[in-house]
Design a protein around this ligand. Sequence first.
Ligand code: 26W
Length: 862
Amino acid sequence: MTFSHLLRELVTVTRMSSDQVLAGQAPADETPSTEIHRYGPMTTPTHPLALAPVTAPPATVDGFVKEFLRELNTGQGVALSRSTVNDQYLALARTVRHYLMARWLETTRHQRETKEKAVGYLSAEYLLGRQLGNALLATDLGEIAEKAMAACGLDLVTLRAQEVEPGLGNGGLGRLAACFVDSLATMSIPCIGYGIRYEYGIFKQTFVDGRQVEQPDTWLSLGEPWGFPHPEAAVQVDFGGYTETYRDGDVERTRWVPSWNVLGLPYNYMVPGYQNGRVNTLRLWSAQATKAFDLAIFNAGDYAEAVRAQTFAENITKVLYPEDSTPQGKELRLQQQYFFVACSIRDFINQVMEPGFDLHDLPERVTFQLNDTHPVIAVPELMRILVDEHKWEWDEAWDVTKRCFAYTCHTLLPEALEVWPVDLLGRLLPRHLEIIYQINDAFLAEVRERFPNDELRARSMSIVTDYPDRSVRMAYLATVAGMKVNGVAALHSQLLADKVLPAFSEYWPEKFTNVTNGVTPRRFLRLANPWLSQLITDALGVGWVTDLDRLAELEPYAQDEDFRKAFREAKQTNKERLYALLRARDGIELSGDHLLDVMVKRLHEYKRQTLKILHIVSLYEQIIHERVDPTTITPRTVVFGAKAAPGYRLAKEIIYLINKVGETVNTDPRVAGRLQIAFPANYNVTLAEKLIPAADLSEQISLAGMEASGTGNMKFALNGALTIGTDDGANVEIRQLVGDDNFFGFGMTEPEVAALGASGYQPGSYYESNPQLKAAIDLIASGAFSGGDRNAFEPVVSNLLYHDRFMALADFASYVDAQAAVEAAYADQEAWSKMAILNVARTGFFSSDRSMRDYLSRIWRA
Ligand code: 26W
């Protein structure tokens, strides 16, 4: 914390002016608060340096060393000889910040000056991953930093490994947000990402006797060099209370009388563009008590009560909700959503409200992209500000509001669609509930006008539903208020229009569109896979990093034997790096040139990790019962990575099953060298960056119609892994682009799934009719993986036999056939490499840069 920050903190907390703090005088209550938050020097600076633009330090080894040592000595306050690895990492991070600062300040200044339309990306989650490596890539300082650290007797790789990744997200949705803001910065598109700075991110997963145990994610404990607090831009957020109407001349108006409030403190994070001199901003909000400490109560001796407000307020951004599919409907979750939305909308309006700006032009300055329904309370919040504070007419305000938002849906699971009970909403946000009612009434009046005497239709589209209890359907609010509604893959967007929101897509067909997800090639190829990247650059030059369609030029190299050889060597190098990591990180010993079969994603029944474990058990069963000659089985290592939501019991039982099967298989000499399973704990972005480049086979085996898109599937294909997958989410588009010959497709299509579901799916019949499947399930139930305890996996086994909602048993036979095809293909390494290279060449489409181009043309500039 620099002195100026400390000063600003003191000013904020004590409400004294900086001079009075310095002069040690008592605060004069009438000191205008705006004074202390005014930007800029008191008088015109005279020193040339004060007038000069901020510049980056010299991009030389010497310049870097100088900057680093200054940061270590004066920033960290230690001598190199007495510095810890954490001191060195923090000093290094700050050094790299310095090289980005000039770009950041210039980007912000340029944005303020040009008033270009910006994207306001509203997301409750950002799964950013480690920042240092990406910042070194963006500034092209990697080599200089390496030499500079070596010259200081330090090792850059060791220092990079010191960084704790900010796990401010659960999975796909959060990581997508991180890829999107990276692309917008690299494409020089004005964007401010808004979100929540959770004190504790996604839990740290550990395994105890094969069972998941959650540990708090103390990502801030060793210091956090990337966040810049801006107390001067703090926002007060109100909650609770009631509303009242009052006469304002001849107009009846409503005011909200809240009962409590908190302060939103923004932290700015850099979003560096890739070597383009641009740095966009990610503004994450942290909750604080407006009145931190009640001295009177303290002096009265009730110390806990004295700080209750503080702890109560801080609770709002204390921890990320670790669910990624079934909302728990907790009040704190709604508090989190309204808190960051209220801060963000207020902040953006403050930023554009310079003299002469008319809020009626807000849609020309921003589109707020709603990353799922989590931020949709932003719609009634903007209406409240325009109607209650700016005293606009309702229609005037609605006309502007409905041109400021667009909504992206990321799921197909009905239970994942957020619905808030009106009593909770009315208690926490009474004015917003009134506004939602008014939006709904106006909307339904329109529907009834267009479809007179079709009450059922109106009821089916109502934002407010009375069944099972009176509540607000957030996806409906987002659809009514959004200019555009998009799914995240072609199949998903189709199902969204046809099955999830059919009445709305019939009512507003032009509102529905698709933008297939993408991933940033900077982190998930250039940074994660330097060996394959070098191969690509040697062949095509460097342009592909910001123009991934250029990968298509790799097509002819698939026919090139030397290139294929080099490609295999890169894959082998990635494997060895991974094995070394898993040995050091998890004590997992992997070896040999096995087919590396990887399934990494959140643990959820619809993703069907159970199908993968049934395949493994079936292979194992056949070998131990000598149904097959083990030498005919392709040596395979299966690596799992998966966190289960703490409250998702069956998911945790599936994790237990995977670990126990792994324990048995890995110590059974009958399958030694043929089959091994690894399940490193705490799968996160950092582990993904090591796992994905090493993979041969990417498991994308969800039940068709369930996975909205998937983004891991894209990362694997871009890193030269072949996909075994169903026709679900973006798998369909991957298969279409790489070609059926270079993709191991299997399983029912979505219509077939619907038909089977409609005809009454009997999982038991598949068990009875498929001996291989029966043998596998019976082995699991036999106690073979649980020291003879036949009930160890009862929850999983009985769920599969009597429910199997996601039809793993129905797709088993087809999956096993596809896996046999995988083994056959892998036996011919030249052919396999050709297929893998074609996967790389044909998946440039899945760059998040392309996704941004689609959002721009179909939504933001449409
Ligand atoms: C607790 C409420 C809740 C519900 C849904 C929290 C988070 C969610 C997310 C929408 C779940 C999610 O991450 N969905 C994934 O989003 C990815 C990015 O679009 C897709 O690629 C995945 O298919 C989808 O499951």
